[in-house]
Write a protein that binds this ligand. Structure first.
Ligand code: C2E
Ligand code: CA
Ligand code: CA
Length: 423
């Protein structure tokens, strides 16, 4: 059908819109309420789709005066709508918005009232592709952006999305070989103990430099490593390297009380994580009490039973546990506080602009008070000014980390830094 429509659009020199639809959260309905209900949702969705594009509807006529909209279910919860012979790119949005609103209405099946929203990607012939394959692929990519932006919306394809997708693929193939090619290295950001007035900890931050891509920010490649599962292999490399280095520094008489290593959700929940940590500690002969693992709130909220089990195992191994970026994860405090956590790291967002934004100061103060009353220690990260440092001193925050004290340093510079500071 798309092929036919393409031929016609070419001859009449008109545009053609391809909408790619995907229901938000459909898998959850299927998994929690059963496939029977899932089927009913799909059927109801098809009916609504048909209703929302009926040519007799006044909205559809001006948009596609020269042919009917075609609908198809591609499989699963994926649908497409082909809008033949539209005149303006914006016309596709009118139909997409109509569909979005219609599909977001609650559905009632017996005792269940369900609401499934939809993410819609739009690709337009000839602007976004000239073949059926390109149009569908690009509409699909636009749908992915709509979904990633929170769902229940439509999104037009743009060349930017294509560039991002190509970069991501290229990066993934390089990332797969990065450990073996020794493209990674670790930087160490010193942490300052306010009470003692000395530097006695570091956070380990991964750095990647690739011949073709240059230096890539962890904010870009870590999410990709998580998505592809490569984080398991990479994370183990980071941990081993960090433990060897810290042990070497301890042996040189640098009195490091803490080496903090970031751990992604996928690593924590990966089979045998605690025993992997244990064997790296044994192999490197690092005192387990020095190692602190930084976990994010989001790593703790899913699979709670499994998480508690792993955290208990880690406490048995003897390592310290910290919650990173604390205050941004929207998770339930009461639940979070059931975990055996030793430290909270106040997210940079609350430290930044402390001077201008009194809400941030109030939140930072509240986190410190809460942690202290629960016998946890607190680190403020992203400290960039003297004012921020003094604020943390006044509020009895335990440790601080940030550009004001030191940037993350390559190994040799970190070593030099600590030798100077610990004289
Ligand atoms: P994070 O764990 O919150 O790490 C702190 C980030 O803040 C680092 O960025 C650090 O360079 C930066 N930073 C430190 N002080 C300041 C400051 O005063 N001002 C500002 N503006 N920034 C500051 P980086 O190194 O780019 O890392 C970004 C994120 O990537 C990390 O955020 C962490 O989530 C992730 N990451 C880095 N290394 C690893 C790793 O080995 N494993 C895992 N799973 N994630 C990692
Ligand atoms: Ca961290
Ligand atoms: Ca952080």
């Amino acid at each position: 059908r798309l092929q036919q429509m393409l031929g016609r659009a070419q001859r009449k020199k008109l545009k053609l819109g391809v909408l790619f639809l995907d229901l938000d959260g459909f898998k959850r309905i299927n998994d929690t309420l059963g496939h029977h209900l899932g089927d009913l949702v799909l059927q109801a969705t098809s009916e609504r789709l048909q209703k929302s594009i009926r040519i007799s509807d006044t909205f559809a006529q001006p948009v596609t005066s020269q042919g009917d909209i075609s609908l198809a279910r591609l499989g699963g919860d994926e649908f497409t709508a082909l809008l033949p012979l539209i005149e303006r790119n914006e016309d596709a949005a009118i139909v997409a918005e109509r569909i979005r609103i219609k599909l977001a209405q609650p559905m009632i099946f017996g005792e269940h009232e369900l609401t499934t929203t939809t993410s819609i990607g739009i690709a337009i012939y000839p602007d976004d592709g000239e073949t059926t394959e390109d149009l569908l692929k690009n509409a699909d990519l636009a749908m992915y952006y709509a979904k990633r932006s929170g769902g229940n919306m439509y999104c037009y394809f743009s060349s930017y999305m294509m560039e991002r997708a190509v970069r991501k693929l290229t990066m993934e193939s390089h990332l797969r070989k990065a450990v073996e090619r020794e493209e990674f290295c670790l930087h160490y950001q010193p942490q300052f103990d306010i009470e003692r007035g000395n530097f006695n900890g570091v956070e380990v931050l991964l750095r990647w430099e690739n011949k073709e891509l240059g230096k890539i920010s962890p904010a870009e490649f870590i999410p990709l490593a998580e998505e592809t599962g490569l984080i398991i292999h990479i994370g183990e490399w980071v941990l081993r390297k960090a433990c060897y280095q810290t042990k070497a520094w301890c042996d040189q008489g640098i009195p490091l009380a803490r080496v903090a290593v970031n751990v992604s959700a996928g690593q924590l929940l990966h089979n045998g994580f605690a025993s992997m940590v244990n064997s790296i500690l044994a192999e490197t002969m690092l005192d387990p009490g020095i190692l602190e693992l930084e976990l994010t709130e989001s790593a703790l909220i899913n699979d709670v039973d499994l998480v508690i089990e792993v955290l208990k195992q880690l406490k048995q191994v003897g390592v310290q546990l910290a919650i990173d970026d604390f205050g941004t994860g929207y998770s339930s405090l009461s639940r979070l506080m059931n975990f055996p956590i030793d430290r909270l790291k106040i997210d940079q967002a609350f430290v930044r602009n402390l001077e201008q934004n009194s809400d941030n100061g109030a939140i930072a103060t509240a986190i410190i008070a809460m942690a202290t009353s629960m016998n946890m220690r607190v680190t403020a990260e992203g400290v960039e000014t003297n004012t921020q440092l003094n604020f943390m001193k006044n509020k009895s925050c335990n440790d601080v980390q940030g550009y004001f004290l030191s940037k993350p340093l390559p190994t040799d510079q970190a070593e030099e830094f600590f030798k100077q500071k610990c004289k």
